[in-house]
Design a protein around this ligand. Structure first.
Ligand code: NAP
Length: 275
């Protein structure tokens, strides 16, 4: 599916180049040397190249100051060839990630983390959808899995996954429950779900006895098991035979997130051009 989305973005990008001489550009900013962030940034760069975007990487040292980072964001906000700006999180502890996100122009905020875009998501009037939840919704649509009227349970309430995920399911008329670390009887709540989304960050957190027979299970987690191997929040081996659909890790939500980032950057091109 992610390959299909990217192929479509490439086709539209080729057309844009041919008809208007415009190439969308994505700037990715990474501060410090977190190995997981490095992998994510490399994957995003590769995807940009595959769809024909300009890809600019700004790798800053861990000791970069808040002023230096804000100054770079300001430069990118004003750079015409750049349509999308992404600052890879988490930032080193001495930097204020909230202030950095708020400094990105909402028109170039392809992650949809800026308060303006978050507000629009609440209102259902979005320019950009946050990449991970939007990728999940695209999977549901593509497999013709209905959301309307169904019990949807999201485990996790982060600003980047859990909350926007819940909102998108609500906009599709799901009956949505959000669970978190203080939720009581979590297994019982999860067992009600027709669609269960795990965004917890704990390897193998969702066990078979938390899943209803025939449920759709979406695993957002990108965790490491005891051998350092990439795995998800769902105990895949024991859950897979119980549900009607399940996304694997790796190879599920992750690639769809990157494909959605490509869609957002292309959309940003159009938004910037119109305004
Ligand atoms: P996060 O900010 O750490 O949030 C985790 C959420 O899980 C919190 O809301 C937390 O509850 C809840 N939680 C933690 N322990 C729990 C427990 N025992 N029972 C119930 N809820 C519990 O994480 P995130 O940024 O949302 O990411 C979640 C996972 O998704 C991670 O594995 C991350 O790597 C992955 N991720 C993947 C992609 C992708 O592209 N595939 C993108 C983003 C993130 P409280 O709020 O009460 O603390």
């Amino acid at each position: 599916m992610s390959a299909e989305v990217k192929a479509n973005v490439k086709k539209l990008t080729d057309e844009l180049k041919e008809t208007h001489g415009i190439t969308p550009g994505l700037a990715v900013v990474i501060v410090g040397d977190d190995p997981a962030s490095r992998v994510y940034v490399n994957n995003k760069k590769k995807a940009c190249e595959a769809v024909g975007f300009i890809s600019e990487e700004y790798a800053l040292p861990a000791e970069t100051t808040q002023e230096e980072l804000l100054s770079l964001v300001d430069t990118l906000n004003n750079k015409e060839s750049i349509n999308g700006i992404l600052v890879q999180l988490p930032l080193p502890k001495h930097l204020d990630d909230k202030a950095v996100i708020e400094a990105i122009s909402p028109l170039k905020d392809v992650d949809a983390f800026h308060a303006v875009n978050v507000g629009k998501i609440m209102l259902g009037e979005y320019d950009f959808l946050p990449c991970t939840p939007a990728g999940v919704m695209e999977m549901l649509r593509s497999y013709e899995i209905p959301v309307e009227g169904r019990e949807c349970v999201v485990i996790g309430r982060s600003n980047i996954v859990g909350k926007p995920m819940s909102m998108l399911l609500l906009h599709e008329n799901g009956t949505v429950t959000i669970c978190h670390s203080r939720t009581k009887n979590l297994a019982e709540v999860c067992k009600r779900a027709d669609i269960l989304v795990a965004a917890v960050g704990i390897p193998g957190f969702v066990k078979a006895d938390m899943v209803k027979d025939g449920a759709v299970v979406i695993d957002v987690g990108m965790d490491r098991d005891e051998n350092g191997k990439l795995c998800g929040d769902v105990d895949f081996e024991n859950v897979k035979d119980k549900c009607s659909y399940i996304t694997p890790v790796p190879g599920g939500v992750g690639p769809m997130t990157i494909a959605t980032l490509m869609k957002n950057t292309l959309a940003a091109e159009n938004i910037n051009r119109i305004l």
